[in-house]
Design a protein around this ligand. Structure first.
Ligand code: PLP
Length: 435
């Protein structure tokens, strides 16, 4: 047992965990699509850690940019201008749709969502925020209240003005729909009724993950986001798209919203913007909302907003992703390797209910019965995860699902190697399913 492990168990208080019941894996090295543990075992990282190392581990250009920046200027307060921050903001606004000229930098995704909501509230003079039950928006107070998943329950004590609704998800439809078109129409009707019932004039914002990630990676049906846009326009509600997980290459496009004909009012980002090499997130602000704060001070800020090391890493990440065609690689991987490979695997396993995804963003929805779609138990999921790890693959798992969310730089060979290991590991899930 390594010193790192012993000291961790003695002193480190971990997120979302009962502290005495966890056994964290010690990671000692990482490169590209792989990480190594303290016994020098190598794992193919199909999780991108928490879905953020989009450019892979230790990309030399990003590491060099951080080192150069550290030599030149480690840190500077947010009230000053600084070359890396300015260039990162320019590159990020270039990635956004036309009419998004300004970027507010935060330390991560949760605070990006907190600030987006604050901007929406001040812009509209309203308070309520609508978000979906199947969502994750972060661990800070407003962000966890907007989050739909059960991690919200223990944090729901504060009055936050958050109202939840069901978004579209055909495989587990709340609307008894059997087609994408039906799901879309009924989900929009449900949202329209929710807005009416809550009082349109009380609602500042609707926040959605463009493609919900942690909740199960289910792309919205055609027309849904455009329908939400229409409802927002009709009622003067700010539309926030959370691109923290789905953005920066993950969905095989620079932003996931590029896959849809929709322009929101605020876009939040983090993770893939610099692959988490240094913490960074932010809000990309549409011109009318930016204008609200042209002569009225924005009442919010962070000591490390636009930190030079983080923004230097973002500049290097974005330029490298462009130069090396990394977003295109993610798109192709999804279309040529993960899509066909996972559909083939699904046919062989009684425990696979559905595979779905795009780019480097895939979910395997595990069931005990394909007819009823009853979810695989936590014990069944644990068995599949353990079999993956034993064979050298680190997957991301949640509820009854395995998510394949590797670096967008992954090679076809690595992807196929991981799929073969998953194929074998799913036999452990089949033991819990009706044949
Ligand atoms: N929004 C989405 C969609 C996320 O997936 C996450 C994190 O997983 C967050 C927000 C929160 O980001 P952070 O953990 O950087 O605060």
């Amino acid at each position: 047992m390594s010193t790192a492990y012993e000291l961790d168990r003695k002193h480190v208080f971990h997120s979302w965990s009962a502290q005495a019941e966890i056994t964290p894996m010690v990671i000692t090295a990482a490169r590209g699509s792989y990480v190594w543990d303290d016994e020098d075992r190598r794992y193919l990282d199909f999780s991108s850690q928490l879905v953020f190392t989009n450019i892979g581990h230790q990309h030399p250009r990003v590491v060099a940019a951080i080192k150069e920046q550290a030599d030149r200027l480690c840190t500077i307060a947010p009230q000053f201008a600084n070359a890396e921050r300015s260039e990162a903001a320019r590159l990020i606004s270039e990635i956004a749709p036309a009419g998004f000229e300004k970027v507010f930098f935060t330390n991560g995704g949760a605070d990006a969502n907190e600030h987006a909501v604050r901007m929406a509230r001040l812009h509209t003079g309203r308070f309520k925020v609508l978000s979906t039950y199947r969502s994750y928006h972060g661990g800070t107070q407003t962000a966890i209240n907007m989050t739909g998943d059960p991690r919200r329950f223990a944090n729901d004590t504060a009055t936050t003005g958050t109202v939840h609704f069901f978004g579209p998800f055909l495989y587990r439809s709340e609307f008894h729909a059997t087609t994408e078109a039906e799901e879309c129409e009924r989900a929009l009707h449900h949202l329209a009724r929710t807005i009416e019932a809550e009082g349109p004039d009380t609602i500042a914002a609707i926040i959605l993950e463009t493609i919900p990630g942690t909740a199960g990676i289910f792309a919205p049906p055609p027309g849904y986001l455009a329908g939400v846009r229409e409802l927002c326009d009709r009622h003067g509600i700010v539309m926030i798209l959370d691109e923290v997980m789905a953005g920066f290459g993950r969905a095989g496009s620079w932003l996931a919203l590029d896959l849809y004909d929709v322009v929101p009012d605020l876009i939040t980002f983090a993770k893939g913007v610099n692959s988490g090499y240094v913490p960074l997130g932010g809000v990309i602000i549409s011109d009318p909302i930016a204008e609200t704060f042209a002569h009225r001070p924005y009442p919010g800020g962070l000591t490390y907003s636009g930190h030079p090391l983080a923004t230097a890493a973002a500049v290097a990440t974005i330029n490298t992703m462009r130069d090396e065609g990394i977003v295109e690689n993610a798109e192709r991987l999804g279309r040529e390797v993960f899509g066909p490979g996972l559909r083939e695997i699904a046919e062989r396993h009684a425990c696979v209910g559905e595979v779905r995804g795009v780019g480097a963003f895939w979910a395997v929805d595990l069931v005990t019965d394909r007819e009823t779609r009853a979810m695989l138990s936590p014990a069944g999921l644990n068995d599949v995860v353990a079999a993956c790890k034993a064979a050298g693959v680190l997957p991301f798992s949640n509820t009854n699902r395995i998510h394949l969310v590797p670096p967008c730089t992954m090679s076809d060979e690595e992807a196929r190697e991981g799929l073969a290991i998953l194929d074998d590991a799913l036999k452990a899930g089949d033991q819990h399913a009706r044949a």
